[in-house]
Design a binder for this molecule. Structure first.
Ligand code: SAH
Ligand code: SF4
Ligand code: F3S
Length: 477
């Protein structure tokens, strides 16, 4: 049961209303907020939308929660551990609130959506719970919370894309930025909570994506990453011209802004990635030769249980096609160890598909059952924790070897590197990335380069994670 002081928005008509326009326009920042983000790039990108909405009503971002009027935590539910991290952070914010009871604490994102008003029962310090499609209502909900109500809005929308909101870049290096092109997911991978926390898939207006990328370029940014849970199913129709914009068309549109603007994208789904996209990558030098193509498992039987809708052979055929059309393409993956019913043979099939694909990099996880998902309802989480961890460590070991081999193959090659800033270890070295998304470190050695410059770097050494080299040319203008 909710307390009488809780307001839960269940009225669909409030969704999408412009609360910003009903509030006095604030030219001066009168309050401060602190925001912390977890989970995928999508969530980080959402935090920039939230920052924009809050700026519009007089809140400015600060980097210390101790001094903020409003503390927000943008949460992830993908694995149990992600949720534990959030709970640990909330304990810290509880201490701030004990010292300063006027501070408001809000939970945003996927965990807010998953737990809804239960959050208010479980975490007594939380004042606001707001799902990923309800950020426009944040100013009104803050008003409610300031007057003593604990407010919840977790309505999912079929059409919200925040297309008209110009994100405020948080913690930006001024060179690379994320741009959301769609929201939600219509796939029902059985292990995954995202369709429940993010709702139905919808594509953002292509014109607004183009305009945002142009604006970023004009402001000195040199790389945009187009974001969606399944970018290959991007689909938008221009009502005026009836032009159909597919993902391949969108890539080409954004690539036409300037040869000096690099385009990346994430995430591609093996069932949906098309030749059109691969051809676009091969033709346009500024569309990066890098594809994140999560395999999840190398066993057709497990893939079926996961509802990934492709087989091991289909995945391998996609890898062959990528290598045919984009010979020097970087490929990375996501892998889950110990999914329900996974046998030793299935696990070995995953290891062999990794070797076949020669992934440059992978994000590797052991299966974490998520309440409400298809797998939680249908299957038993029957692989022991010990076995999951052992299999995961074998996957990680193989990936480390593949990453090192991949980097060793680059020794002696010259790559065009976009400088992002100082290397983490030394201010005497630059850090940048090549088209294949590999991190490249090289000495500044008295040259006139600055972040945002493209430089040719010859690779002379490597670790499993990094290429090391020296600049041989570059545009110093
Ligand atoms: N939309 C992307 C991925 C989103 S989630 C895609 O389809 O590939 C990122 C990754 O988290 C997934 O690719 C998967 O490898 C992992 N993941 C998702 N749910 C998980 C779970 N219940 N346990 C462990 N890993 C999970
Ligand atoms: Fe989850 Fe699958 Fe959608 Fe990715 S494609 S977000 S793994 S349901
Ligand atoms: Fe996590 Fe939600 Fe992203 S569950 S991975 S923050 S879509």
């Amino acid at each position: 049961m909710q307390s009488a002081l809780t307001k839960i928005i269940l009225d669909e008509s409030r969704q999408g209303e412009s609360f910003l326009s009903s509030l006095p326009e604030n030219k001066h920042f009168v309050k401060t907020f602190y925001i912390e983000s977890y989970g995928c790039q999508m969530n980080f990108s959402d935090s920039e939308i939230v920052a924009s909405i809050l700026n519009g009503v007089g809140f400015s971002a600060i980097s210390n929660p101790e001094h903020a009027d409003l503390i927000l935590i943008n949460t992830c539910s993908i694995r149990e551990k992600a949720e534990q991290t959030v709970r640990t952070r909330l304990k810290i914010f509880e201490q701030v609130k004990n010292r300063r009871p006027s501070v408001l604490v809000g939970v945003l994102g996927c965990m807010a959506e998953r737990l809804k008003s239960k959050f208010l029962e479980e975490e007594k310090l939380v004042d606001l719970v707001i799902g990923p499609d309800a950020y426009r209502t944040l100013p009104a909900l803050i008003g409610d919370a300031e007057s003593g109500l604990r407010a919840v809005n977790v309505l999912l929308s079929r059409d919200e894309t925040y297309a008209d909101i110009a994100p405020v870049r948080l913690g930006s290096n001024g060179i690379t930025a994320f741009v959301s092109i769609m929201r939600g997911c219509n796939n029902m991978c059985s292990f995954c909570v995202v369709p429940f926390t993010r709702g139905r898939e919808r594509s953002r207006n292509a014109e607004s994506i183009y305009a945002e990328c142009c604006n970023l370029f004009q402001n000195g940014f040199r790389e945009v990453t187009l974001l969606g849970q399944n970018v290959d199913s991007y689909y938008w129709v221009d009502e005026r011209s009836s032009e159909i914009v597919t993902f391949a068309n969108l890539l080409k549109k954004v690539a036409s802004i300037s040869p000096q603007l690099r385009i990346r994208f994430s995430t591609s789904h093996p069932k949906d990635i098309t030749d059109d996209v691969l051809v676009a990558i091969s033709i346009h030098p500024n569309i990066c030769k890098y594809i994140h193509l999560p395999v999840q498992s190398g066993s057709t039987r497990v893939l079926q249980q996961m509802n990934r809708t492709y087989t091991r052979e289909w995945y391998m055929a996609k890898i062959i096609r990528i290598r045919e059309l984009v010979p020097d393409c970087g490929i990375s993956s996501d892998i889950i160890s110990g999914f329900c019913t996974e046998t030793e043979e299935d696990h070995l099939a995953t290891l062999s598909v990794m070797s076949f694909a020669r992934f440059d990099m992978s994000y590797m996880f052991f299966y974490s059952e998520r309440p409400g998902t298809l797998a939680a309802r249908r299957f038993q989480d029957d692989v022991s924790e010990e076995t999951k961890k052992r299999r995961l460590s074998e996957v990680v070991k193989l990936q480390n070897q593949l990453s090192l081999e991949s980097n060793e193959r680059d020794l002696g090659k010259v790559f065009e590197v976009l400088i992002e800033g100082d290397s983490k270890k030394s201010k005497h070295e630059w850090m940048g990335r090549n088209s294949q998304n590999k991190v490249v470190i090289f000495p500044k050695s008295g040259n006139c380069f600055v972040p945002g410059n493209y430089v040719d770097v010859r690779i002379s050494a490597c670790t499993g994670a990094t290429l090391l080299g020296s600049a041989i040319s570059g545009n110093c203008n």
